[in-house]
Design a protein around this ligand. Structure first.
Ligand SMILES: [Zn+2]
Length: 320
């Protein structure tokens, strides 16, 4: 199957991305992932395909997503390790074999809790790395936890600020629009009932967003939601189920790293790390569905007993 798709993809990759279509299931998985963490950004990979439009451009279709473990969790950035990224290539190949649909990594997504969807300099640099592998890769940003409780979704690519600004929304022909809007529920307008907004800025290049090298600008693409192929639904649900376990794994790794850096006699420091870990687990368990909490119960119990023995150790040290 991969062989029959390859020449087609090569042909299509000659055009530029003019629009992005996201299946409802993929959007729900992304949004669920974004809402699992309020204090930091989360990250994942987009799985789908690129298809030609009648007007000559390319549409990036997102069938499914894969939440990723964060290699960097600083407040304003997210990073994925190269090892995890290459495991995603294998996952895309498996999905292609199981569904019979062309599936590859078509970009990445991340969340902007409490801030707008505008990409930062760091985001533009990350996006340029994806584009170096596949020039039609796109970046999606989910803005969440805003005061109105709404969710906003935007799609962007980088653009050399020295080149002529392009207007992709205007570049779409009437026939393109018919294809893109077929069976779609989402529109360009704010939908109060769903408290969801697809941000379709007129595509433009912004100098504010330029990178450190002074050459990177951002280019917005119109986003369309669609029903999606049912064969990908189960993988989107699986992705959402994996989120709490992924977050738990991250917390455990951080905790173990912090504990390994402590000297044996630093009882107070170890106790501090244990308390921080418990607090993170409590926060995590309050943001995931109830049946997921059972999976975390063992870990919480294990850490609790560690804290108790740490307290006893500390009491003994201070009485000496
Ligand atoms: Zn960002």
């Amino acid at each position: 199957m991969a062989e029959s798709i390859a020449p087609q993809m090569e042909e299509l990759c000659r055009g530029e991305v003019h629009a992005v279509r996201v299946s409802h299931s993929a959007f729900h998985a992304m949004s669920g992932h974004a809402h699992a963490v309020e204090s930091e950004e989360i990250v994942g990979v987009l799985l789908g395909e690129h298809v030609g439009l009648p007007g000559g451009g390319v549409v990036c279709i997102v069938h499914a997503v894969r939440p990723m473990k964060r290699a960097d969790r600083r407040k304003d950035r997210v990073e994925v390790s190269p090892e995890d990224l290459s495991s995603c290539v294998v996952h895309a190949e498996e999905l292609q074999a199981k569904t019979g649909h062309a599936t590859q990594i078509v970009g990445w997504y991340h969340s902007h809790p409490h801030i707008t969807i505008h990409p930062s300099h760091v985001d533009l640099n990350t996006q340029s790395q994806f584009e170096a592998t596949n020039k039609n890769a796109v970046g999606l940003i989910v803005s969440c936890f805003d005061a109105r409780g709404s969710v906003e979704l935007g799609a962007f690519q980088t653009q050399n600020v020295s080149s002529e600004p392009i207007t992709n929304l205007g570049a779409l022909s009437e026939r393109d629009m018919t294809v893109l809007e077929s069976k779609d529920h989402a529109a360009f307008e704010w939908n109060m009932n769903a408290a969801f907004k697809v941000s379709n800025f007129p595509s433009h290049v912004s100098h504010e967003g330029k990178g450190n090298d002074g050459h990177l600008g951002r280019k917005w693409h119109p986003v369309f939601l669609f029903d999606g192929n049912p064969c990908f639904e189960v993988y989107c649900k699986r992705a959402l189920i994996d989120v709490p376990l992924l977050l738990l794994e991250e917390e455990q790794e951080l905790f173990e790293k912090a504990m390994a850096a402590c000297e044996k006699e630093e009882a107070l420091r170890r106790l501090h790390h244990q308390n921080v870990f418990i607090k993170s687990l409590c926060l995590l368990s309050s943001s995931v569905p109830i049946d997921m909490r059972d999976m975390m119960k063992d870990t919480i119990e294990r850490v609790k007993s560690k804290v108790e023995s740490g307290m006893a150790e500390l009491a003994m040290t201070s009485s000496q």
